[in-house]
Ligand binder design. Structure first.
Ligand SMILES: Nc1ncnc2c1ncn2[C@@H]1O[C@H](COP(=O)(O)OS(=O)(=O)O)[C@@H](OP(=O)(O)O)[C@H]1O
Ligand SMILES: Nc1ncnc2c1ncn2[C@@H]1O[C@H](COP(=O)(O)OP(=O)(O)O)[C@@H](O)[C@H]1O
Length: 207
């Protein structure tokens, strides 16, 4: 019915690197061409399926104990679980025939590799998984700092507190062999959209 094969486009990069801007522009471009596409990002996932303990107690009626068991923050273990759940959801979207676009820092290589593996283990055969590294240098992300989070993290670290903020005092492991790399410090978003569309076309995914 959809006249397309589903696929997951996995955007990874630092906070402020341009993941969401590129994913949203691509979603628009795909939809304009008559394809079904949907973006999963912090705004629709970390306030819903993967909400943190505070949201769960304040708006969902969870007890503190439940909220601490099921809510997700930014420890390495919570990030791993965040990415695992997002991978499973993206896989279902792709299995249903959509382009699933995911925009998460996903800082750990093993978690992104696990996301890819989840797509290999589909009952109807491996689903296409395309890793897009949004490779914007930390200093550019930090200058942009649209939410002021880098500033807050630097201030915490300067006073001897841990911020656990990616790129400041928490790791980001760049992909070793992503399908695509986009430098959002040097290239406009339209160029990123063309890059990804070109790849999808070359792989026969836009028929
Ligand atoms: N400690 C810490 N480290 C990094 N980022 C933080 C942190 N705390 C909150 N935020 C905000 O949450 C967004 C990242 O969430 P993600 O779900 O993409 O993170 S992860 O993939 O689980 O690592 C990220 O949003 P983006 O800027 O859209 O990437 C931040 O705004
Ligand atoms: N290719 C680009 N060129 C210039 N600025 C960009 C580009 N992509 C994103 N930006 C800007 O960078 C900031 C962070 O982008 P965003 O997409 O929110 O990053 P992320 O989702 O990775 O946190 C925003 O202010 C956005 O307008």
């Amino acid at each position: 019915m959809f006249k397309q094969t589903g696929a997951t486009l996995w955007f990874t990069g630092l906070s402020g690197s341009g993941k969401s801007t590129l994913a949203m522009a691509l979603e628009r471009a795909l939809v304009q061409r008559g394809h079904l596409a949907y973006t999963l990002d912090g705004d629709n996932v970390r306030f819903g399926l993967n909400a943190g303990p505070k949201i769960l107690t304040e708006t969902r009626g969870y007890s503190e104990d439940q909220a601490n068991r099921f809510g997700l923050g930014f420890s390495a273990a919570d990030r791993e679980e965040n990415i695992r759940r997002v991978s499973e959801v993206a896989k279902l979207f792709a299995d249903a025939g959509l382009f699933a676009l995911t925009s998460f820092i996903s800082p750990y290589r093993k978690d992104r590799d696990a996301a890819r593996k989840i797509h290999d283990q589909n009952k109807t055969g491996a689903l296409p998984f395309i890793e897009v590294f949004v490779n914007t240098p930390l200093d550019t992300c930090e200058k942009r700092d649209p939410k002021g989070l880098y500033k807050q993290a630097r201030a915490a670290v300067a006073t001897g507190r841990a911020a656990g903020f990616t790129g400041v005092d928490d790791p980001y492991e760049p992909p070793l062999s992503p399908e695509l790399t986009f430098d959002a410090a040097a290239q406009p978003v339209e160029q990123g959209v063309e890059l990804v569309l070109g790849h999808l076309e070359a792989k026969g995914l836009l028929t």
